[in-house]
Design a binder for this molecule. Structure first.
Ligand code: AMP
Length: 146
């Protein structure tokens, strides 16, 4: 049997944990007591947002029901804001479990990407301009707050 290079235990030093601790910069879109949403730094399309739970979950297998529900509700808010800001209906909801699936950050997260499955850019390859990300984050946050 092939051995998988699979991370199953939560690493407190993963990049999203550091974000939740305020140790590295981010472009915040939304936050509540159970979730946090921010711009993906290497977007697969303009407006690519990540939603994470404030729970130490590596992937879907670890996610507690209350956090699963909270992530989904925040994802709805973000998607509605993306539809409004980018004036498009199509938004991809994506989530990778395990390195074999292509997961690169081992804190559970949902990708919300205003794109089509037929036009999606490459995963985590090209870093976006920080000012552009800040600008989009501000627009999305304003719509969610309204
Ligand atoms: P995944 O491969 O599904 O685990 O997705 C991880 C995502 O995190 C990728 O889309 C990366 O572009 C994104 N990412 C990595 N580092 C950062 C960071 N510092 N800030 C925002 N997004 C990040």
């Amino acid at each position: 049997m092939t051995e998988l290079n699979q991370q199953t235990t939560y690493d407190d030093n993963n990049i999203f944990a550091k974000m939740l601790d305020g140790d590295i910069p981010y472009h915040k879109v939304y936050e509540d007591d159970k979730t946090f949403a921010f711009m993906d730094i290497m977007p697969q399309a303009e407006g690519h947002v990540l939603v994470i739970p404030k729970q130490k979950a590596v992937d879907l297998a670890d996610l507690e029901p209350e956090y699963a529900a909270a992530v989904l509700m925040t994802s709805k808010k973000v998607m509605q804001a993306q539809r409004q800001v980018f004036e498009r209906e199509g938004v991809i909801q994506m989530q990778l479990n395990g390195s074999q699936a292509g997961q690169t950050v081992f804190h559970y997260h949902v990708h919300l990407i205003p794109s089509s499955i037929h036009e999606l850019g490459r995963h985590a390859v090209t870093q976006a301009d920080s000012n552009d990300l800040a600008n989009i984050a501000q627009k999305l946050a304003a719509v969610i707050d309204a």
